[in-house]
Design a protein around this ligand. Sequence first.
Ligand code: GSH
Length: 232
Amino acid sequence: MLDTKLHPIMNRWPAQFPDRIQLYSFPTPNGVKASIMLEETSLPYEAHKVTLSDADVKSPEFLSLNPNNKIPAIIDPNGPDGEPIGLFESGAILLYLAEKSGKFIGQTKADKHRITQWLMFQMGGIGPMFGQLGFFHKFAGSEIEDPRPRERYVNEAKRLLNVLNQQLDGQDWIAREYSIADIAIAPWLRGLEFYGAKELVGWDDYTNVTAYLDRFLDRPAVQTGLVTPSRD
Ligand SMILES: N[C@@H](CCC(=O)N[C@@H](CS)C(=O)NCC(=O)O)C(=O)O
């Protein structure tokens, strides 16, 4: 194992336990995917708070790990072949931790591909579309007079919720058994509340989805992951 103290990010966010997975994150829908997965797998880790301010995500130390200036990111000091590995993009982190732990990625190759399919559905669909909905409904975009951008993302969010609602008919989890697809999707459903957009998308009509989110939030690992690292 290489000396992880050599990574520049550790000058700004020092590791107390350099033999553990280092998580650089903030409790947002993308950030908590990594902390929930680490909690669910019981892999030893140390969490560092990296806020969304430019002073953190655009600092040279953070950019040395993720040139795309976004949380979450990890360093595993004991990666493939015992060598350290740094990773960003929450979907890549979930796949990596699933492979490392052998958990939440299904039992068969076919399961694995179905779970990956729903993970990508979140990464390419729910995440970007709900994120834009938040921008045009709650944040700076809400001041734009042209109603079309907001309408577009409201309609797209509804369409995606409908796809989820159908998929969850008669099953508890998105790819039947609990998996990284759920760890990716459910935090974004909770995000609709933060955006004040639940009524706007007709949340209560998606009864399979609302029950699914409650089921997810009941899990102890999820409850811990949602507040890791602490915002304080
Ligand atoms: N596709 C990326 C998106 C990550 C992302 O958008 N992170 C946001 C917080 S949820 C962020 O760090 N924003 C800071 C910025 O854009 O400056 C992933 O899934 O990891």
